[in-house]
Design a protein around this ligand. Structure first.
Ligand code: EPZ
Length: 450
C-alpha cells in the first residue's frame, strides 16, 4: 500500500488539463451493454474504478480494447467495448464490493438481455447507500425483482411465452435526499429500449446524467430533458454503436481549485467544466478566491485561471451540499480543508450523505478547529495547520487531507492513498508539476515522522 509524504507550505502555480470524468465514465461504459455494436470512448481517465468497471464488463461478455493516453497531460485514453458474448449476466460480489458503480450495469443488462443478476452493494464508508430508487424505477418499467443470496435478480417477464420487453411508464425518482444520479442513469438506459414512452420525474440533473443521455442519443435513443428534473424517453427497438468523448471531471477540477486557494496559488485549468462548477466557484469566490474564465470557449471545456485570496486571506463562508446545480457533496471535504485556514467561523452542512465526515477527525489531528453536530460542522479558522500522519478510508476525504498537507507546516503523511487512486489520476505528479513537495512512497518503507 502506498502513502504520500507531503512537505507543505509551497504556493502552487502552473497549468493543468482536467481529466475525463470518473463518475460520467462509469455509467457510460456500462451503457455499452445496450448494444451488439462496438462503442468507443475517448478521454477515459486511468483510475482504479475505471479498471474495475472494465473488468466487470469483460466478465459480462464485452471485448475490451484500451489505448492509454500517449501524452500524460491529455484528458485520458480511449477504450473500445464490444459485447461479443451475452451469456454471463452476473455481476459478482467480488467486483461489486470494490466498486458500487457496478450497479450501473443493472438497467442496461436487464433491458437488453431480459435478465440481470447483480450483487447488492453493501455499506460504504460515506454512509448507508441504498439502491431502492433504482429498483423502484426498474419495477415501474415492468421488471420482476427478487433478492437471492445477497444478489438482486431482475427479469423482464415473458410475453406469450416469448422474450418480453420493458414497458414505458411515468416514474418518480425522488428520495429523502433528492434524486439519484446512478439511479437516473440506470432507469434512463433501461427505458431507452422499453416499449413506449417513459417520463422520469425528479430525475437527477447532474452533468454526468446529461453525458449518459448524449451517448444514448448518439446510439439512436430518443431522449429529451436530460439535465432537467423531467426526462422523457421514447423507447426504440435497438441501439447502435457510437463514438463518445467523456466530459471533463468537475470534481477533479474543483479539487485543484481548492489547491489554488489553500496554497494562495495561481493555477490555470484547461479542459475545465466551469459550467458544471458554478456553485463551487461561487463559494470559493466568497472565500476570497479569484477566477477568470475564458468566455470564448465551450463552457464545459474552457480555461479557468484560479488564484488564491492574496494578502486578504481566506474568508469564512456558509455552504450546504445539494443536488446539482447546488454545491456538490463530492467537494465538501476539500472545501472544509480550505476553510480550516479561514479568518473566522464557517458552517458546512452535508445534505446528501449526512455521515460523510471521515475527514473531520483527521483534520483535527492537524490542528483544525472543528465542531460537528449531526450533518453540520462549524469550522473555526486557525492560523496554521501542522503536518501529521493521517488516513481516511474515502476518496474525497483523502483528497481533503492532501490539500491540508499542502498548506500545513512540516510533513503530512497521508496513508492508504489507494482511496485517492480510485478518483484522481497521478495526483502526486500533477501536484508536483505545480510546485508541490509530494512523494508517493511504498508503505513498506518507514514513514517520515511528522
Ligand atoms: C453518485 O453516486 C456518485 N458516484 C457519487 O460520487 C456522488 O457522491 C453521488 O452521486 C451524489 O452526487 C458515481 O457517480 C459513481 P445518489 P450515487 O444515488 O449515484 C440516496 C465520489 O466521491 N439514495 O445520487 O450512488 C443516497 O443515499 C462519489 O466520486 C437513496 O435513498 O448517489 C444519497 O443520500 C461517491 N436511494 C442520495 O440519494 C437510492 O436508491 C444521492 O445518492 C439511491 C440513492
Amino acid at each position: 500500500m502506498d502513502r504520500f509524504d507531503i512537505r507543505g507550505g509551497t504556493r502552487l502555480a502552473g497549468r493543468l488539463s482536467v481529466k475525463g470524468s470518473k463518475n460520467a465514465a462509469l455509467p457510460l461504459l456500462a451503457a455499452t451493454l445496450l448494444t451488439d455494436e462496438p462503442v468507443t470512448f475517448r478521454h477515459v481517465p486511468d483510475l482504479a474504478d475505471i479498471r474495475n468497471m472494465l473488468r466487470l464488463l469483460g466478465e459480462l461478455g464485452c471485448q475490451v480494447d484500451s489505448s492509454p493516453a500517449t501524452d500524460t497531460d491529455s484528458p485520458g485514453g480511449s477504450v473500445r467495448l464490444h459485447v461479443t458474448d451475452p451469456t454471463v449476466s452476473h455481476a459478482r460480489y467480488e467486483i461489486v464490493r470494490t466498486m458500487r458503480a457496478s450497479i450501473s450495469a443493472l438497467g442496461p443488462m436487464l433491458a437488453k438481455r431480459g435478465y440481470a443478476r447483480i450483487s447488492l452493494p453493501g455499506g460504504c464508508s460515506i454512509g448507508e447507500r441504498p439502491v431502492d430508487l433504482h429498483l423502484r424505477g426498474l419495477q415501474a418499467l415492468g421488471a420482476d425483482i427478487t433478492l437471492d443470496s445477497g444478489d438482486i435478480i431482475a427479469r423482464v417477464p415473458k410475453a406469450h411465452g416469448k422474450a418480453g420487453r420493458l414497458r414505458g411508464a411515468r416514474i418518480f425518482l425522488g428520495g429523502p435526499f433528492g434524486s439519484t444520479v446512478l439511479g437516473t442513469a440506470n432507469v434512463m438506459c433501461a427505458a431507452a429500449l422499453a416499449e413506449g414512452t417513459t417520463v422520469i420525474e425528479s430525475a437527477a440533473c447532474e452533468p454526468e446524467v446529461v453525458d449518459v443521455a448524449n451517448l444514448l442519443i448518439a446510439m439512436g435513443a430518443r431522449i429529451t430533458g436530460a439535465g432537467s428534473p423531467r426526462i422523457t424517453i421514447h423507447g426504440v427497438e435497438r441501439l447502435r454503436g457510437a463514438d463518445h468523448t467523456v466530459i471533463p471531471d468537475r470534481i477533479e477540477a474543483g479539487t485543484y481549485m481548492c489547491a489554488a486557494l489553500i496554497t494562495n496559488g495561481d493555477i490555470t485549468l484547461d479542459n475545465c467544466p466551469a459550467d458544471a462548477l458554478m456553485a463551487h466557484m461561487d463559494r470559493l469566490t466568497h472565500a476570497g478566491g479569484h477566477f477568470e474564465t475564458d468566455d470564448k470557449k465551450d463552457p464545459m471545456r474552457t480555461t479557468v485561471r484560479c488564484q488564491g485570496a492574496g494578502t486578504r486571506g481566506i474568508q469564512p463562508i456558509e455552504v450546504t451540499t445539494q443536488p446539482h446545480p447546488g454545491f456538490p457533496t463530492d467537494l465538501q471535504a476539500q472545501l472544509m480543508a480550505v476553510l480550516t485556514l479561514a479568518d473566522g467561523n464557517s458552517v458546512i452542512t452535508e445534505r446528501i450523505f449526512t455521515e460523510r465526515f471521515l475527514h473531520v477527525a483527521e483534520l483535527s489531528r492537524m490542528g483544525a478547529n472543528l465542531f460537528r453536530q449531526g450533518p453540520t460542522v462549524i469550522v473555526s479558522g486557525v492560523r496554521r495547520l501542522v503536518g501529521a500522519p493521517v488516513m481516511a478510508s474515502d476518496l474525497r476525504a483523502s483528497a481533503c487531507l492532501v490539500l491540508a498537507g499542502l498548506a500545513a507546516e512540516g510533513t503530512t503523511v497521508v496513508n492508504r492513498v489507494y482511496h485517492l487512486d480510485r478518483g484522481y489520476e497521478r495526483m502526486e505528479d500533477r501536484l508536483r508539476a505545480l510546485g508541490a513537495n509530494i512523494e508517493r512512497v511504498n508503505e513498506k518503507e518507514p514513514a517520515i515522522s511528522a
